[in-house]
Design a protein around this ligand. Structure first.
Ligand code: MG
Length: 192
């Protein structure tokens, strides 16, 4: 079967990594509990920044956020490796900007994720992911972002939301730990 994955905050803990960098750079000590309760994807409001200031902060730290030691979610690397071992196809679909695609691909490979030729899609907008997902004929797709997941309701594949504090209002199947992935595959094979 074909499995598609968003990367940021689906497979890797990018916002939390950025949160820790913001705390360090701004010499603040915002508590992780507040991060864990945040109902927005952007994190700037935790630091009293406006959206514009937050955007500038993110852009100024972007290389450090993307390419240092952002941790994958527990078991994500192992679960995807196991899918490949079982003969499934693993696709990545990330809306990171085009200029970051090459380095992002290298980074996720280095982090241990299995990346095969022609299965890494990058540089599209959130609203364009649906076209790639449809074209690839995926059986499963996993993402964290409401703006993306809201575009997928007409597709016949199995869509899962990777649980995060800002997506709990979504009423679709949810995965809270990558330990659950292989059970899902085993118990609920996709149609066709
Ligand atoms: Mg994401």
């Amino acid at each position: 079967m074909k499995f598609g994955f968003d990367i940021d905050d689906t497979l890797i803990q990018l916002r939390e990594h950025a949160f820790r960098l913001y705390n360090a750079k701004l010499n603040r000590n915002v508590e992780i509990e507040r991060f864990n309760e945040l109902t927005t994807v952007p994190i700037h409001e935790l630091f009293g920044l406006t959206a514009e200031e937050g955007g500038r902060m993110w852009n100024s730290l972007r290389d450090e956020i993307y390419y240092t030691d952002c941790p994958p979610f527990p078991s994500a690397v192992e679960a995807l490796q196991e899918l490949v071992r079982q003969g499934h196809e693993v696709y990545y679909i990330t809306a990171r900007a085009p200029e970051h695609c090459e380095r992002t691909r290298e980074w996720i490979e280095k982090a241990g994720f299995p990346v095969e030729e022609g299965r890494f899609y990058c540089g599209m907008g959130d609203a364009e992911k649906v076209h790639i997902i449809r074209k690839l004929g995926l059986d499963y797709y996993f993402d964290d972002k409401p703006a993306v997941l809201d575009t997928l309701s007409d597709l016949s594949l199995q869509v899962y939301v990777r649980d995060n504090s800002y997506n709990r209002h979504l009423d679709i199947p949810r995965i809270t730990s990558w330990d659950e992935l292989l059970e899902i595959v085993k118990n609920h094979p996709a149609e066709g």
